[in-house]
Design a protein around this ligand. Structure first.
Ligand code: G3P
Length: 219
């Protein structure tokens, strides 16, 4: 399973990319607003940090405007990084129309705010490169988010649908394990969860005791 980082925090992206485990980055307007720098400034740097799909979201509401906005975003990214751009499009009829258009022009898309298997199927039919089901928000709403991933994976496997499933809105490390067990293509994980994934108290205790014992014999 590929691991993307779900943040626009450049320090976190830089640090966690240095672990050698990142395959891509997802952002959204909320995550970008949190980092207090301009959209372009942040985006320009992200492309230099991770060589993999970088999702950037449009905020227009009409299909035509989404397509124009997507092209504006792409035009401001240096040519050598453009292969990594995935335009994030919201799931609704206007979004589907935009995906269809962008797909025809060879632009990668990530259809976001997916909360049902039908929405995932429609996005895939329109030509989405990725779909992003939001499992944490479903859990918050009293529905089993992981069940949605199971349904989407089953449907996409039944028909060999090439659209990749990005498990999004991840709230804890178990969500990542369950995503991998279900064969999801990608999990996009907030930095604080990636930090939890790397830790185990027995690892820390083991390192401490090995170092302590080494002190006794090193001379
Ligand atoms: O990638 C989408 C994801 O960031 C949404 O997460 O925590 O706002 O539900 P959350």
């Amino acid at each position: 399973m590929k691991l993307f980082i779900d943040t626009a925090d450049l320090n976190e992206i830089k640090e966690i990319a240095s672990w050698g485990i990142l395959d891509g980055v997802t952002t959204n307007p909320t995550l970008l607003a949190k980092c207090g720098r301009s959209f372009q400034e942040v985006v320009d740097e992200i492309f230099t940090l991770v060589d993999g799909p970088i999702s950037l979201e449009v905020v227009s509401e009409k299909a035509e405007e989404m397509v124009v906005e997507a092209k504006q975003i792409i035009s401001k990214i240096p040519q050598k990084y453009r292969k990594n751009i995935a335009i994030k499009i919201p799931m609704n009829p206007e979004g589907l129309k935009a995906v269809k258009r962008l797909c025809k022009e060879g632009v990668k898309t990530n259809v976001t705010l997916i909360f049902s298997a039908n929405q995932a199927l429609l996005a895939a039919k329109a030509g989405a490169t990725f779909v992003s089901p939001f499992i944490g928000r479903l859990d918050d709403n009293g529905q089993e988010g992981m069940q949605l991933i199971e349904e989407i994976m089953e449907i996409f496997c039944n028909y060999d649908i090439p659209t990749e499933v990005i498990v999004a809105s991840i709230r804890h490390p178990i969500h990542v394990i369950e995503s991998a067990r279900l064969g999801a293509d990608i999990a996009t994980v907030p930095p604080e969860i990636l930090r939890k994934m790397v830790k185990h108290p027995l690892t820390d205790a083991g390192i401490k005791s090995f170092l302590k014992d080494w002190e006794k014999i090193k001379k």
